[in-house]
Design a protein around this ligand. Structure first.
Ligand code: COD
Length: 165
């Protein structure tokens, strides 16, 4: 009976911090499914469409065996139930992530006791990297190529060139 691990998130866009957590997770679990949040209620909140995020993630993880890319809407625990997943992988950067993550983990456990949340710390050099900061920096034309995979950087530059031609 294979343990199915899920790495859920917005990935708007995927950063080197996400990628580092993902790599570490693949050493623990034979299959890790990246579950990309598609939240109709939050529409407009994401810079990239669901399709763009799925495409980026597929390209970036194409050479990583054991990594799958899917999307989900609604509650994470409902997706876990239907996909038969039992592990939620989350990343921790600093103490500031902890309270929020602890609350989500407890809420998810209350709704779906079969699921266990595990936390993985990315390498310290990614501890200051977040999708929101990368989006902001890229919007001002800053060089974000050392913080995100190449496909994310390309997509960011393309997106902001579209918005401010
Ligand atoms: N280093 C280490 N970890 C990192 C880094 C970094 N530099 N950057 C990001 N991470 C981690 C994050 O801590 C997180 O664990 C993961 O990577 C994904 O990050 P994001 O920002 O892309 O994703 P989130 O936090 O927006 O994802 C939130 C969910 C989509 C998982 C959550 O909102 C959800 O489950 N929504 C569905 C509705 C639901 O079930 N709600 C109940 C729970 S609140």
């Amino acid at each position: 009976n294979e343990v199915k691990a899920v790495f859920p998130g917005s990935f708007d866009p995927i950063t080197n911090g996400h990628l580092d957590v993902l790599r570490r997770a693949t050493r623990l679990f034979p299959v890790v499914t990246i579950a990309v949040l598609h939240n109709a209620r939050k529409q407009g909140k994401h810079l990239f469409t669901l399709e763009e995020r799925l495409e980026m993630l597929s390209e970036i993880t194409a050479d990583m065996p054991g990594v799958r890319v899917e999307s989900f809407g609604g509650l994470l625990v409902d997706y876990m139930r239907t996909s038969g997943s039992s592990v939620i992988v989350r990343g921790l950067r600093a103490v500031s992530d902890y309270e929020y993550e602890l609350q989500i983990a407890h809420l998810n456990r209350q709704m779906y006791p079969q699921a266990e949340t595990i936390f993985i710390m990315a390498a310290t050099r990614w501890s200051y990297v977040s999708s929101s900061m990368v989006r902001e920096l890229a919007s001002y034309g800053a060089d974000i190529s050392k913080m995100v995979p190449e496909a994310s950087a390309r997509a960011l530059y393309r997106k902001f060139a579209e918005q401010y031609p």
